[in-house]
Write a protein that binds this ligand. Sequence first.
Ligand code: NAD
Length: 488
Amino acid sequence: MKEDPSVRAKRTIDVVNPRTGCVDYHVTPPTKREIADVCASLRSAQSAWCDVGVEARAAALMRWADEIMRDHAQIAAAECLDTGRYRLAAESPAGLAATLRAWAVKAPSVIEAAALEGRSSAVTTIGFRTNCVPFELVGVISPWNFPLAMSLVDAVPALLAGCAVIIKPSEVAPRFVEPLVRTLERVPELASVVRYVVGGAETGRELIDNVDAVCFTGSVSTGRRVAEQCGRRLIPAFMELGGKDPAIVTAEADLERAVAAVLRGAVFATGQMCFSVERVYVSESIHDAFVDRLVESCEALALNYPDIHRGHIGPFILPRQAALVDEQIDDAIERGARLRTGGKSQILGGGRYMRPTVLTDVTHDMKIMREETFGPVIPVMRYGSVDEAVRLANDSMFGLSAAVIAATERAAADIGVRLHAGGVSLQDTTLNGAVLRDAEKNSFKQSGIGPSRIGSSALTRFLRKQALITNAGSCAALQDLGEYQPNG
Ligand code: NAD
């Protein structure tokens, strides 16, 4: 039955352009029925996708990478509108293509290594081997900060594992989907096992009700709701949530290096990165010199306005986020923080921008030191001893990542291992992004749940292990039991 256009119009979501503040795009989320149908069609295509083997799946992803590069300009243009960023958007399709290719090369050996073969240590006639069984259908729910990359970071290893994938990107930044899907359609075997559905929370909830495992990237509060829904269905929920990442700068650190690393880590992408530096602890012996140099470096940066091709700090993607950051700055100043440079957001050409902002004299009573900021704000706090710095850095509900800049890598590592965070950058900040396919890391505390989403575990988490167990010896009679005790 055809849907009444007025009902459909009511479901339509307006999408705001971050540079103009105007609505210039709309999405109409699928109905409950449409989502169920998409999931049924993905499930029916999945077994063939699984049966062709990992080499054929890798070849399909290689071809998709080529198609993405063919249309990179259109995809980048859409992501530029989604995010208000020119350079990062321009580089994004090539980054994705490189990720697809690297995963395609790596996947066969990861899958091979996941399968064990051996003999029972209890009964030598009994042998076993592992059959890796992918989840049929994985649901991905992603955020708006890096719309293209975040929608595929979990989907690519899931596809290589042999799963079908349904992806719900953020309704805040969905323009990239149309040009991306056009490239996908040119690789039909892949198009039959990957679908995007665009919508908000309701679409996310429907998706969860139709899949076998969920990969969620987003805020802690939404993550909790998603995990609860997955818990009710008893399906795995892999959660990558927010952060409030600390950086510790010791008395012996190279000042220039520390300032450069902290500044980049805190304001890259306007601070709208889950593993941005959001708290800085500096030894009191260099605190003032560090702050002076940091302020100077901040003031040398320019807003990426009015010319999108120039400057360093783009607009907030979500206007509501700017208001939240303003509120944190107000709260900090009311409680005694000193604003050293920058300040609250300003509206320019309809977009919301914020200069790199440094706050000192901050305390852990302030929201700016406790809640995720997701903006270009650098609160700096002095510490007396390394023990105090470690205690302050660990005084957070988050445990995504952290950084330590000390005299030497060894000295930084000695502090780094004491931090309750899944990824610790030494002598630099925000290095997580560089080891996406290589290292392994978990998100600690409320920053996430589940196996590493980077490295080999990113793929093996989608494989359920089926043990095929054979007995080459005689079949034990009930009376013989006692020679071995099956455990279970
Ligand atoms: P969000 O939690 O508001 O939304 C994330 C996604 O969840 C969106 O697609 C949204 O539509 C969907 N959603 C909302 N309610 C839902 C529900 N009830 N059921 C199912 N889906 C629902 O997050 P955001 O504002 O889009 O993104 C910013 C957050 O993402 C920050 O907290 C940031 O730290 C986090 N993030 C984390 C990582 C990481 O790897 N840990 C990476 C990027 C962003």
